[in-house]
Write a protein that binds this ligand. Structure first.
Ligand code: FES
Ligand SMILES: [Fe+2]
Length: 445
């Protein structure tokens, strides 16, 4: 079938969503066209392309893109496609192309900003319509490219809100990733984990702010970590603070999550407030706070460290956990397949121990090999299998439906609840974008 706006709108009710939103190929194609190939989509951090000639691949919707840095230090986002016969220009995920980009097929040569530089035996083009000045013979650029403090995004729509307007309150995710560094800079560490989830991209986003799942899904992980902690204590061994990232899941339990509020912003971005005791009174943390005071002054440092958030979801593609310097981005591949990149960052001039905590969280919670992420991945896969079946048509988002207060367009979960507000809210934003009624429904480039 081909979907009318009315039919798409009917998939999303105030408290439930039709399964076809997660499994239908045509809906997926429309999502790519109307959401991922229109909104600002995360490409990468500037430190992924440090030197001239460095490049990094990034998929935007269905489009293969290329982030490059030219010899003047400028960053560009190009389609990974040769204007001659269409060959992909770079095939490794990242690398350095030298002073120009050379197509492997017939050796057309391009500047790092995509302009054509030279062609072997160019005389053959004399008297033809070929013209080096014609942009049709340059590598096509993303229509709009911008960055927020070194985090680069591209929009494949020619118009629409600018990046800062789109990011709105979610800018705090990137501010925190940078401002928590005494040296005022952050950079990615090494490469990312690259993983394909066997589930729809919306299942990932929903899970990030689904506070009713951690105490259930991750209970066994928490219990195992508690056992290890107990054994270490009995043996008189110091228990690494990082183990608390896991044992917390058991300690907080299922109902304990009512303490943590969630917020929903008009663009679809959502926030989960802080739940971890990340400012323990230990020598490493105290040294870190001392460096923050020295860098910013006590008042500003306390403002930075006092921002109450654990998780910022930057719709539709990022999940950022600034207190632990983590960023994940998703790149949908099919209705039931989603590529995720899992990154972590190093805060300039912070003590090494603070970095080790970020690394600990990266390995113990966000890595595909940890029990926590494995628990999640298995659930999401099973969700996808269930939604593909005829066992039912609707996904329930009824918890606290209709009870969350909205002030100035910002939704807050009703206090002391595990409200499914962020899940409902994101699908309302989705409905607006998919039917041309969203705030960011610009024209497709
Ligand atoms: S396809 Fe790239 S040079 Fe021919
Ligand atoms: Fe989880």
């Amino acid at each position: 079938m081909s979907w009318s706006d009315e039919e798409i709108a009917a998939l999303v009710e105030p408290d439930r969503v039709h399964r076809k939103a997660y499994v239908d190929q045509e809906i997926f194609d429309l999502e790519m066209e109307r959401i991922f190939e229109r909104l600002w989509i995360y490409i990468g951090h500037e430190s992924q392309v440090k030197n001239p000639g460095d490049y990094y691949l990034a998929r935007v919707g269905r489009q293969p893109m290329l982030m490059t840095r030219d010899k003047d230090g400028q960053i560009h986002v190009l389609y990974n496609r040769c204007p001659h016969r269409g060959t992909q220009l770079c095939s490794a995920r990242k690398g350095n192309t030298g002073s120009s980009i050379r197509c492997s097929y017939h050796a057309w040569l391009f500047e790092l900003d995509g302009r054509i530089k030279s062609i072997p035996a160019v005389e053959g083009y004399e008297g033809t319509a070929f013209n080096m000045d014609d942009p049709a013979f340059h590598v096509r650029k993303a229509p709009r490219v911008d960055n927020y403090r070194g985090f680069w995004f591209a929009s494949l729509a020619k118009d629409g809100p600018d990046l800062e307007t789109h990011l709105g309150e979610s800018k705090t995710a990137f501010d925190q990733l940078i401002d928590r560094a005494p040296g005022g800079e952050t950079e990615v560490v090494g490469d990312c984990f690259h993983m394909v989830q066997q589930s729809n991209w919306k299942v990932f986003l929903e899970n990030q702010l689904d506070v009713s799942h951690p105490g259930a899904t991750h209970e066994s992980t928490g219990a195992a970590a508690q056992t290890v902690e107990r054994d270490m204590k009995k043996a008189g061994e110091p228990v690494p603070m990082e183990y608390g990232f896991l044992s917390d899941f058991k300690r907080i339990g299922i109902d304990g999550w009512v303490k943590f509020g969630t917020v929903g912003y008009p663009q679809g971005h959502c926030v989960l407030e802080g739940y971890m005791g990340l400012r323990p009174d230990d020598p490493d943390t105290n040294e870190y706070v001392r460096r923050m005071y020295a860098a910013y002054g006590e008042k500003r440092a306390e403002e930075i460290l006092g921002v109450n958030l654990h998780h910022v979801l930057v719709y539709p593609c990022n999940s950022v956990q600034p207190p632990l310097q983590q960023l994940r981005t998703i790149r949908p591949i099919a209705p039931n397949r989603t590529l995720s990149e899992i990154w972590h960052f190093r805060l300039k001039d912070a003590p090494e121990a603070i970095y080790r905590r970020a690394l600990g969280y990266y390995y113990l919670v966000n890595s595909p090999s940890t029990m926590v992420n494995a628990d999640d991945l298995f659930n999401w896969w099973k969700v996808q299998l269930g939604l593909a079946s005829d066992g039912g048509d609707w996904v329930s988002f009824h918890r606290n439906a209709g009870q969350d207060p909205m002030v100035d367009g910002v939704l807050r979960s009703v206090p002391d609840s595990m409200s499914e507000m962020p899940l409902r809210h994101m699908m309302q934003v989705w409905k607006g974008l998919m039917t041309g009624n969203g705030s960011e429904a610009g024209s497709h480039g």
